[in-house]
Design a protein around this ligand. Sequence first.
Ligand code: IMP
Ligand code: MG
Length: 198
Amino acid sequence: MKEHIILNNPENDIYKILVSEEQIQETVEKIAKKIDEDYAGKNLLLLCILKGSVVFFSDLMRKLTIPLEIDFMKVASYGRGYKTSGNVNIILDLQRENLEECDVLIIEDIIDSGKTLSALIGYLKIKGVRSVKTCTFLDKPCRRTVDFTPDYTGIVIESREDDEDKDKYVVGYGLDYNEKYRELPYVGLLKPSVYLGK
Ligand code: IMP
Ligand code: MG
């Protein structure tokens, strides 16, 4: 029985911790301080993009001291490398009405190609929001296929062509691989054997 539990421990699939729990808390505090300053006197609507952002989102909202409202959206995620038109498929739309009163701040877990966030910004503008900005916990700027820069970034994941793990697929702190590993309290690099199936 014990052996079974150890074999299924998700931590066995992580080979390196990229962002520790301490680093996560420091990063969230830094971002919260900036948002507190920038959104003072505004009508902040913090918009969580499900599911990956949920852990960052709940940490961040509790560090903010200004009044805010929260809302949620879920968008379809396309497989890695899948070519899309840049349109996002909305699975769950936000509920807030009278968006012309709202200064929306989209909260993402990670930006890769940039397609999800650029499409979402376009969508929210059409919906008539007063303003829209973006905040991401992680950013992989070297993987962009569209020109996109977030307004608030936690940690940038750099990658060089000659890196042995240049794809740097990360999990934990809300991020998944096939719906697993979201519960890990840190951001870790997944062993390539897991996603290459070896
Ligand atoms: P994009 O910026 O539109 O390509 O999409 C970003 C989304 O891809 C994120 O919200 C994640 O769901 C997913 N994603 C990209 N890179 C990773 C990763 O390294 N780990 C987990 N999810 C990822
Ligand atoms: Mg996501």
